[in-house]
Design a protein. Structure first.
Length: 127
């Protein structure tokens, strides 16, 4: 009788170990994917952010704007809100033509513009 109990507890322990290994492997895969996708979005070298491409604030998504140094979630939301309001009034124009145009957004001043100028680009999209 004790042999059966011992065998069952060994089987349960083996199943528990297998499940723990599968869960740990899954978590490791998720962490690796998140890490490498963050690396592809931006790289930090000597405390400098290197983006794969410059960002156009006239079309950039919230996720793209947040990647800019000094632009957090609230400033990125403010850029998008300003852009939407501008497009309501002037549907065929770009809200931002020059870097200093970003200063029209609440919370963005000359120092912020100076910090992000290397990471942004502007295109003339007048129709």
């Amino acid at each position: 009788m004790s042999q059966k109990i011992l065998r069952k507890s060994v089987q349960k322990a083996s199943i528990t170990h297998i499940l723990a290994f599968i869960i740990a492997a899954g978590v490791a895969v998720v962490v690796c994917v998140a890490f490498f996708s963050c690396l592809s979005l931006k790289k930090v070298t000597n405390n400098r952010i290197v983006l794969n491409d410059k960002i156009n604030p006239n079309h950039a998504s919230l996720e793209s704007l947040v990647r800019l140094p000094g632009i957090g979630l609230s400033r990125a939301n403010a850029v998008i809100a300003y852009r939407c309001e501008f497009l309501k009034e002037y549907p065929r124009r770009s809200a931002f033509t020059y870097p200093n145009d970003l200063q029209k957004v609440k919370g963005i001043g000359p120092k912020t513009v100076e910090t992000i100028i290397a990471y942004i680009r502007f295109e003339t999209d007048e129709f």
